[in-house]
Design a protein around this ligand. Structure first.
Ligand code: GUN
Length: 315
């Protein structure tokens, strides 16, 4: 009898990648202070009382402050209107002391999905963010360049996309010509990551699965995928090893707090890790890199404000 020994995937921790980004951010913050007398400042809008959002936002504010930046929080009750939020964002856009603006998602349902198209919605709020302050990369000014795959014109790539791009580089993952499957359809992760992977920045063949993808199609795409990025964050979705191609790279961006009070991703680590060649854990995977990538974007915003940075990313 031959014993069949499966090797475990390399676990791609986020911490070394986050530390590399944060080292550069610290140097840039110091230089902005000493050469331009500017302290980069992020303003975050938080609506309602979701414990998960409060936790994410605290982490963002603390990380910015820990790296020597300013971070201000603007809180609103869940019944705030899209118009009020839009007007508040417009006032931050006009304030020269504010460098970066982030509207924490999700917003209350009437703003995310209004009952009719006569009221303002989340996209009107995103578009009120000045182009050079859109550190989340959600406004029409940022999205257009990503859609066009014009890396040299991009002001901001959303933090999760920056994080994945930096993880791919750090862990030496080739994307060109490889089949990449992205699962999920939200504005700040799956959509931009799909465009990034399929665009000139990564040159992968990008396939996009979402809630309307038939299960059999989803599974067939998975069985062929060289690179998988999941960003669903629902207990109804789980990626298991039986449909993952041996040697695939698996990046788990989905996070949700389970009934057990712990953070869970989209990927069943136990069954996928023995099949994949590289895999991110949850927690300790992409999450910390995303926060570091946000701080990088806040520095970019301050550099745009003082005129020492032009649009474009070099990876
Ligand atoms: N909610 C969860 N993650 C994020 C993020 O990166 N940006 C925003 N705006 N909202 C979020």
């Amino acid at each position: 009898m031959f014993a069949y020994i499966r090797s475990m995937a390399e676990i791609m921790y986020g911490q070394p990648v986050a530390e590399e980004i944060e080292r550069k951010v610290q140097i840039a913050v110091h230089s902005l202070k000493t050469s331009h007398q500017v302290v980069p400042r992020l303003d975050v809008i938080l609506v309602g009382k979701s414990p998960a959002s409060e936790r994410y936002v605290k982490r963002k504010l603390d990380t910015c402050q820990g790296l020597g930046m300013r971070a201000e929080l603007h809180t609103f009750n869940h019944d705030v209107t899209a118009r009020e939020l839009r007007d508040h964002v417009l006032s931050l856009s006009a304030d020269p002391s504010v460098h970066g603006i982030l509207v924490q998602l999700p917003l209350p349902r009437p703003i995310e999905e209004p009952a009719d198209d006569t009221t303002l919605d989340k996209f009107d709020i995103f578009d009120a963010i000045a182009a050079e302050k859109d550190v989340d990369g959600v406004s029409r000014y940022s999205i257009a360049e990503l859609y066009r795959a014009q890396q040299n014109r991009l002001r901001f790539l959303p933090a999760t996309a920056v994080a994945i791009r930096r993880m791919l580089a750090y862990y030496h993952i080739e994307t060109e010509g490889r089949k990449a499957v992205v699962v999920g359809r939200n504005d700040i992760t799956a959509k931009p990551v799909h465009h990034m992977l399929g665009g000139r920045m990564c040159n992968a063949t990008a396939i996009w699965c979402h809630r309307h993808t038939r299960q059999q199609d989803h599974d067939a795409f998975m069985r062929e995928a060289d690179i998988i990025v999941t960003s669903v964050g629902s207990e109804r979705y789980k990626l298991t090893g039986n449909i993952v191609k041996p040697g695939a790279v698996v990046i788990d961006v989905g996070t949700r707090v389970g009934a057990d009070g712990r953070l869970h991703g989209d990927v069943d680590f136990e069954s996928v890790a023995p099949v994949a060649s590289q895999i991110t854990p949850v927690p300790k995977g992409v999450g910390p890199v995303t926060v570091a990538a946000l701080t990088e974007n806040v520095v970019r915003a301050a550099q745009f404000a003082v005129g020492i940075r032009k649009s474009g990313y070099i990876f």
